[in-house]
Design a protein around this ligand. Structure first.
Ligand code: ATP
Ligand code: MG
Length: 386
């Protein structure tokens, strides 16, 4: 039986005059997500995207898995393509839905007549198909309020599409419609979630990772690259910049007051991030900071850190509890990698008692001890992750 995948728009529906631009971007992202899966037609009509593979043997489950990570889609379903004839559709539907309906106790049918020229109205479509399915599956009962399975029969564009409950899509807006941000990606739990959240609002993501060999291990860097790879399933290709940070950290440790080490280090990270962002065309920095989580994330520390930036710094996790951040990390599939135990450069040389209320004036005064050329010859390597 001919099957397609139907995708429903998310927030895109609310877009007015420039909806077309968002739609085109969404279709491109869908095609990119399906690359390597064979010839496929991806078309949009009446706020529904039709994904139709030329080869009947195409792996639709793999396609569903990939598409469930594409932002801008609120729901997705595999559907049987039936003719514009309700009798035949009922027959095909009972065959198509057999495993689902055999396992259910209750069901309902929702008819949706997107094509208003079709002579049978939505409630009647539901009633006719419901009666047929009841005849075919004697054990079923109808429940309009809380059925085990809802069967949808959507009449559109010359066909009736039949599918059971749709699965939830990734939501958000198509990646790329919200500008370009540079994510400060450590190997921790928080920063991948921060990147995910901004990508979900349509931001294209590049990443920057700081490493301090020999204090940090090669594995820590590979872990950050693995996290970028996991994120790229949601936001497409990521250019990742790897910064050799050892010398800067050593200089700060040797020349500045110990309790200000962390805040000065974070300011240097942010300065390097801003320079890199400018070079790669990103217009904002993204971090995984959350208010009060550690000494460097008190308001006073953030005020000092922020002053080093010359572009907006987005901290989408700022008001979230760790437990909720962790839950999101599990949901998006980054948690297992994040908890691999390799040390991050941020913990190298960390003083035992970092200042939780640093003052910008003293921080700036201490930074004069580092000289003007500290960041001149930083080694930065680019890796493309997709
Ligand atoms: P995470 O769980 O993301 O590592 P964290 O709670 O450990 O965060 P910090 O180590 O203070 O917090 O780092 C705060 C933010 O600074 C991180 O979320 C990340 O955006 C950035 N950051 C920290 N270490 C690195 C690194 N090695 N490379 C790039 N960015 C980093
Ligand atoms: Mg960290």
């Amino acid at each position: 039986m001919k099957e397609v995948i139907l995708l429903k728009y998310g927030e895109l529906i609310l877009k007015g005059a420039n909806k077309h631009r968002f739609e085109q971007l969404l279709l491109k992202n869908i095609r990119d997500a399906l690359k390597g899966m064979g010839q496929v037609s991806v078309e949009s009509l009446q706020s529904t995207v039709y994904v139709d593979f030329a080869d009947e043997a195409a792996d639709l489950d793999e396609a569903m898995k990939r598409l469930s990570k594409v932002f801008g889609i609120s729901a997705l379903a595999k559907a049987a393509v039936c003719p514009y004839d309700l009798e035949q559709t009922c027959r095909l539907a009972s065959e198509y839905l057999r495993p689902r309906l055999a396992a259910a106790r209750t069901f309902r049918v929702v008819g949706k007549r997107a094509d208003k020229s079709y002579p049978i109205k939505s409630p009647q479509i539901g009633a006719i198909m419901g009666a047929e399915l009841l005849r075919a599956f004697g054990h079923l009962r109808v429940s309009m309020d809380s059925p085990d399975v809802t069967v949808y029969a959507e009449v559109r564009e010359g066909h009736i599409y039949v599918h059971p409950d749709a699965i939830k899509g990734a939501g958000g807006l198509p990646c790329g419609c919200g500008g370009h941000g540079l994510l400060m990606l450590s190997g921790g739990i928080d920063s991948p979630v921060a990147g995910y959240m901004m990508a979900k609002r349509g931001m294209r993501i590049s990443a920057i990772h700081f490493e301090s060999p020999p204090y940090t291990n090669e594995r820590a860097r590979l872990k950050a690259e693995k996290l970028a790879k996991l994120l790229s399933a949601y936001c497409g290709k990521i250019s990742m910049y790897i910064v050799r940070f050892t010398d800067v950290q050593t200089q700060i440790r040797d020349k500045c007051r110990q309790e200000l080490f962390t805040v000065i280090m974070r300011r240097m990270m942010l300065k390097i991030a801003c320079r890199t962002a400018e070079k790669c065309g990103a217009k904002a920095i993204i971090t995984g900071e959350s208010l009060g989580q550690v000494a460097s994330q008190t308001l006073e520390a953030i005020v000092c850190t922020d002053a080093a930036a010359d572009m907006p710094v987005f901290r989408p996790l700022i008001g979230m509890d760790k437990i909720d951040i962790t839950k999101t990390a599990m949901d998006i599939g980054t948690y297992e990698t994040s908890i691999e135990p390799y040390e991050d450069c941020c913990t190298v040389f960390t003083p035992r008692h970092p200042s939780v209320k640093p003052e910008l004036e003293s921080v700036l005064q201490q930074e004069t001890l580092l000289g003007e050329h500290l960041l001149d010859d930083i080694e930065i390597e680019r890796v493309d992750i997709e």
